[in-house]
Ligand binder design. Sequence first.
Ligand code: SF4
Ligand code: SF4
Length: 339
Amino acid sequence: MFRLPVSKIDDLFGTIASSRTLYLPVDGNDGRAKYDKWSEGTKMSDKLNTVRSAKSFFFPQTTNICDFNVNGANVEVVDIREESEDFVVFGVRACDARSFTILDKVFLAEPVDSYYATRREHGTVVTMACSEPEENCFCNVFGIDAAAPEGDATCWIADGYLYITSNNEKGEKFVESISALLEETDDSAVKAQQETIHGIVEKLPFGKVSTDHFRKNTLLEIFNSEKWEKLSESCLGCGTCTFVCPTCQCYDIKDFDTGHGIKRYRTWDSCMYADFTKMAHGNSRNAQMQRFRQRFMHKLVYFPDNNNGEFGCVGCGRCLSRCPISMNIIKVIKEFGEE
Ligand code: SF4
Ligand code: SF4
């Protein structure tokens, strides 16, 4: 375990940014936290979490995946991929850190998504323990420890110091790169803070929500439940929940004619949209109930069924704060839990 005084945090950021691009949470003009590139004078936000998750560092909202030069009947595919630069994402919370594990299972499974894999390879994730988890947080329901986030290296801020430890080889290299600023120390201050965090988590309103129903019952039983009608009846299909969600990974591929050629883009999409996966014959999910059911079945049934029981939600609480009709995954879990 290493530490440096919080008063030297700007030196830390300057050292990191001298060799790589550094991104960290900052307060936006609307007062809400968002990730931004660090430059001299940038201050890290002390808010618990960013409005949008950290997934866009590895799975951006829009990616130009290739170009086509079209000349009459001749079409040339242009590989526009460039070697990515190394970057550090600093201050990632425990929920978002676990979301990368979930996204890895999707994008790094065969066939490997080379765009995602390259970004994962070049990105170092430095997490920050949540000193004060908030009422919408329920990461512990999915076995995530807000006091000991995953990532390549983990930080805690306690007693005027920033504590840091590495979790893997990439994290060791990161800590080595800033070692001139660090002093070695024991973990007593971190342990004390972890105890406090666990005490807060213990009292969170959704911390004890049970997901047992989704383990005990069959896929078809849950799929055919009448509860989906009632749960989905007010859903606007706006897709906000999917866009703020760190684990949602649906995308569409679109071609754009620039007048000089074609650019092919990958863009985030939402299974809540009426035209999602619409094909020539129509849409396999015609009603909002079906689309709504798909989103939650994926996170609570299909994904765990295919990934050794790991749920596709990390309890970040973003859908709880952002849905315009106050519908969210906690309401779905509770509705089924009451059966
Ligand atoms: S659940 Fe809420 S946020 Fe999600 S699509 Fe429906 S209305 Fe929008
Ligand atoms: S479903 Fe909601 S709580 Fe779960 S990871 Fe997505 S946004 Fe966060």
